[in-house]
Ligand binder design. Structure first.
Ligand SMILES: Cc1cc2nc3c(=O)[nH]c(=O)nc-3n(C[C@H](O)[C@H](O)[C@H](O)COP(=O)(O)OP(=O)(O)OC[C@H]3O[C@@H](n4cnc5c(N)ncnc54)[C@H](O)[C@@H]3O)c2cc1C
Length: 479
């Protein structure tokens, strides 16, 4: 027999979006809240896994936002446990390390005279021949801004590793969302260090990070909502959304003991992937919805986490690997985020990231095969001595990156428009909205959806547009 539970608000997913919604509801008097997540710990993609006392995020997670409300929330949640980190991130290309974000002088010097002349000529030619036609693809957008040579050197390989499709099949909005407003003159000025004040730091130079990893933020937020009376059911997977017309009557979940529980609620805040929401609907939607669901897809992500004997292996927080001879896309050194990631030991926590589809051979490699591959690739870039690797753990994460392939919008709009007809569903978060959001915008989507429910002054907010208007976030001055 199915157990039944009733709540006022049911939140699907205990990541930044779900916890943002829960906190806003709980702090505004809603006591009857349940948060459900299939993982054993909170934080979603922003969680921190602990192995043998060592801490690893799901890929490195820095905290940065132009939104002052989110910055206040983060600081209030962790206080002194939220520490500023001096940023160093570089690009590995042809055995050299280039500063990232790109600094003109650094890049031109390291590229050598021939390549840098080529880059400058192609940059100026792109400015002269600039067409008044809006770029449709990621490739066109970058070439229009930076020229062909800088595009092939600093954007193409990494972007294609991340998304798994050629840059001329990725929509321009990906670049516009992430690189909007980037002024090449600003890049040149900053690389020549023309600064107005010595003390002003930007998000390029410094970011914040919880002492014990990104997940510490969400563990603290979860503690706060539980103190206010909310229930959190972990290790519990949503199996179906039962509906009558455009109203969800209950959500069926399966807990860690295999028990099925029907959760009835007045409102549902959903951060589980948009495509899964439709796939789990009972009864299913029409075949046109099913076709749109089938047309959208996410990119999967593998992190190979290693503990290496010794410290000071490389100074960066992370390195983008623009080398097509290796499959890895990025590697991170958690010691350079916070010493507490290795518990103060004389060890280094390094992660190697791969972006994959489930149909790729890489996805079905065993843990040991993945560790071997990652160790070989670390040796190839001359950063880690294989002999010094002591332990390794793998995280395989599905639906990590909603894909903005060329033409996805038509299918996306069908799903978005249909979901807007649902009376008691608030879609939130990266997967739930199918938006390439960072933590700040994911959290904000939860908070604003809660305000829509609470009918707070200023509501209703358009949750679907949250990161569309975001400016390029690298150049913001820190508050
Ligand atoms: C490799 C990588 C690096 C990143 N780096 C950064 C960074 O540096 N800075 C930054 O700000 N952001 C970064 N992000 C983005 C950040 O992780 C996300 O924006 C954020 O975690 C999204 O929060 P969310 O709550 O919307 O979704 P999620 O974090 O995905 O949470 C959704 C939750 O729903 C749960 N769920 C899914 N399906 C079910 C089901 N059927 N039943 C029950 N529960 C379910 C999941 O377990 C998950 O906990 C990165 C993301 C990745 C993948």
């Amino acid at each position: 027999m199915i157990i039944e539970k009733e709540y006022e608000c049911c939140i699907l997913g205990a990541g930044p979006a779900g916890l943002g919604a829960a906190l806003e509801l709980a702090e505004n008097g809603v006591k009857d809240i349940v948060i459900i997540d299939k993982n054993k710990i909170v934080g979603g993609l922003s969680r921190t896994e602990v192995y043998d006392g060592y801490r690893f995020d799901v890929g490195p997670h820095r905290f940065f936002s132009k939104n002052s409300e989110i910055n206040d929330l983060w600081r209030k949640t962790l206080g002194n446990d939220f520490i500023p980190v001096e940023r160093l991130t570089r690009i590995y290309y042809k055995n050299k390390y280039f500063n990232y974000p790109i600094k003109a002088v650094d890049a031109l010097m390291k590229m050598g005279i021939i390549e840098s002349t080529h880059a400058l000529l192609s940059f100026f030619s792109a400015q002269i021949t600039k067409k008044n036609i809006e770029a449709q693809t990621f490739e066109d957008w970058i070439i229009q801004k930076f020229g062909e040579k800088l595009y092939t050197t600093f954007f193409k390989t990494y972007t294609e590793k991340v998304w798994g499709i050629p840059c001329n099949q990725i929509g321009a909005e990906l670049a516009a969302q992430r690189i909007k407003g980037l002024d090449i003159l600003q890049v040149i000025k900053s690389s020549l260090q023309f600064k107005t004040s010595k003390n002003i730091k930007t998000l390029v130079e410094q970011f914040d990070y919880p002492r014990k990893g990104a997940g510490q933020m969400y563990e603290a937020m979860a503690d706060r909502v539980v103190e206010k009376g909310a229930d959190i059911l972990l290790d519990s997977k949503v199996k179906s959304f039962n509906r009558t017309g455009n109203t969800i009557n209950s959500v069926i979940i399966e807990d860690d003991n295999g028990n099925e529980i029907a959760i009835k609620a007045k409102s549902y805040f959903n951060s589980i992937p948009l495509t899964h929401f439709y796939q789990l609907l009972n009864p299913a939607e029409s075949s046109s919805i099913k076709n749109a669901v089938d047309a959208l897809y996410y990119r999967e992500h593998i992190t190979v986490n290693f503990i290496i004997d010794g410290v000071d292996i490389f100074p960066d927080q992370w390195i983008y690997v623009h080398d097509s001879n290796v499959k890895m896309a990025r590697l991170a050194n958690y010691n350079n985020f916070s010493k507490e990631m290795v518990n103060g030991k004389n060890k280094t926590a390094v992660s190697v990231e791969y972006f994959v589809f489930k149909t790729d051979d890489l996805w079905s490699l065993s843990d040991n095969e993945l560790k071997e591959l990652a160790m070989d690739e670390l040796s190839y870039v001359n950063l880690v001595d294989k002999e010094k690797v002591e332990q390794g753990w793998i995280i395989r994460e599905t639906e990590s990156y909603p894909t903005y392939y060329l033409g996805y919008q038509e299918h996306y709009d069908i799903l978005k428009n249909k979901l807007q007809q649902y009376i008691n569903v608030h879609p939130i978060g990266r997967g739930g909205l199918y938006k390439y959001n960072n933590q700040d915008h994911s959290t904000l989507s939860g908070i604003l959806a809660a305000r829509n429910y609470l009918q707070t002054d200023g509501s209703p907010y358009n949750i679907w547009n949250i990161n569309i208007d975001a400016e390029y976030h690298e150049d913001a001055v820190r508050e």
